[in-house]
Design a binder for this molecule. Structure first.
Ligand code: DOR
Ligand code: ZN
Length: 346
């Protein structure tokens, strides 16, 4: 089979962390990806333009010599976020999106939004200037079952916000349900959805049947098989409003293999090979470039990358390190659970 060449991909949802973890995981993304929308859920979170500029500098300082990578920065939305600061950060080109975490929804989301009326001014300003809102779409009401939290968020929070803020550009991130797929499909051109690599592979049985597998635990949690199939159809179907956001989210193994383990799958290392496998299975290799390299850039108003990467079919299964070493402890690389006969060759 002849190798396939794509525009260099962008990861439209990535956790790079900071310090020793940043140093270890950044090359794993930069090896294949030209750019990434970088999540702001550090401790403390990246709330102001000044914090985003400092974080961007730390990312660029951690980039090994000879690697090219452009971090696309985001701000963490709080109830006290200043619309003027957001607008200035967007106008300067520093910030490409604002991230909405409902308070308590996931890792380091305690400073997120509780009362959505209190962020109305920021959202209206963002709609006026065309700055996208990236949304972690899960309700946090403790009485709502964790498997229902995404679908409930659409009805209770996301749709009301979009109706109240006409023109607001929204990325519903890491969608995990058929309801999420349908909402994005019906949302017009101000709405897009990102899909992770691991949610194309996992259903909730992979996580829980036959033993609990902490390295498959992420948020939003993997759902039933019919939801996974809806995600695969959306990702491989060619629609421009679905694109890759890996949500690659490193945690050291001792915090994953724990009585109260952290959420996150670390997929930066092998995402492109796994996606080639998935798209080949779906007879959609010709749509891989759209999903990884064109649709996301278009939604964010960026030109596609000029550089290319090549993927080739291999005779023996690809071998990745089971884990990568970081200064914060080893981080397990996502194991798709089946052999992958693809590799990025350059
Ligand atoms: O699995 C996840 N990990 N989901 C999130 O929303 C956050 C992320 C993280 O930061 O670890
Ligand atoms: Zn994330």
């Amino acid at each position: 089979m002849t190798p396939i060449t794509l525009r260099r991909p962008d990861d439209m949802h990535l956790h790079l962390r900071d310090g020793a973890m940043l140093e270890a995981v950044l090359p794993e993304s930069a090896r294949h990806f030209a750019r990434a929308i970088v999540m702001p859920n550090l401790v403390p979170p990246v709330v102001t333009a000044a914090q985003a500029a400092a974080y961007r500098d730390r990312i660029l300082a951690a980039l090994p010599a000879g690697m090219a990578f452009e971090p696309l920065m985001t701000l963490y939305l709080t109830e006290t976020t200043d619309p003027g600061d957001v607008a200035a950060a967007a106008a300067s080109g520093l910030v490409r999106a604002v991230k909405l975490y409902p308070a308590g929804a996931t890792t380091n989301s305690a400073s997120g939004v509780r009362d959505f009326d209190r962020v109305r001014g920021v959202l209206e300003r963002m709609a006026a200037i065309g700055l996208p809102l990236c949304v972690h779409g899960e309700v946090t009401d403790p009485v709502v079952d964790i498997f229902d939290r995404e679908a409930m968020f659409i009805d209770r929070v996301l749709d009301p916000i979009r109706r109240a803020t006409p023109g607001l550009r929204v990325v519903m991130e890491h969608i995990t349900t058929a309801e999420g797929v349908a909402y994005v499909q019906g949302g017009g051109d101000t709405l897009a959805g990102t899909i992770t690599t691991h949610h194309l592979i996992l259903n909730r049985n992979h996580l829980l049947a036959g033993g609990i597998r902490p390295h498959y635990y992420c948020l939003p949690v993997a759902k039933r098989e019919h939801h996974r199939l809806a995600l695969r159809a959306a990702a491989t179907g060619g629609a421009v409003r679905f694109f890759l956001g890996t949500d690659s989210a490193p945690h050291p193994d001792h915090l994953k293999e724990h009585a109260c383990g952290c959420a996150g799958c670390f997929t930066a290392t092998n995402t492109m090979a796994i996606l080639a496998h998935v798209f080949e299975e779906e007879g959609a290799l010709d749509r891989l470039e759209g999903f990884t390299s064109l649709h996301g850039a278009a939604f964010y108003g960026l030109a596609p990358n000029a550089a290319r990467i090549t993927l080739e079919k291999t005779a023996i299964p690809a071998a990745w390190p089971a884990r990568i070493a970081t200064g914060a402890g080893p981080v397990t690389v996502f194991n798709p659970g089946f052999p992958v006969y693809w590799q990025v060759s350059d």
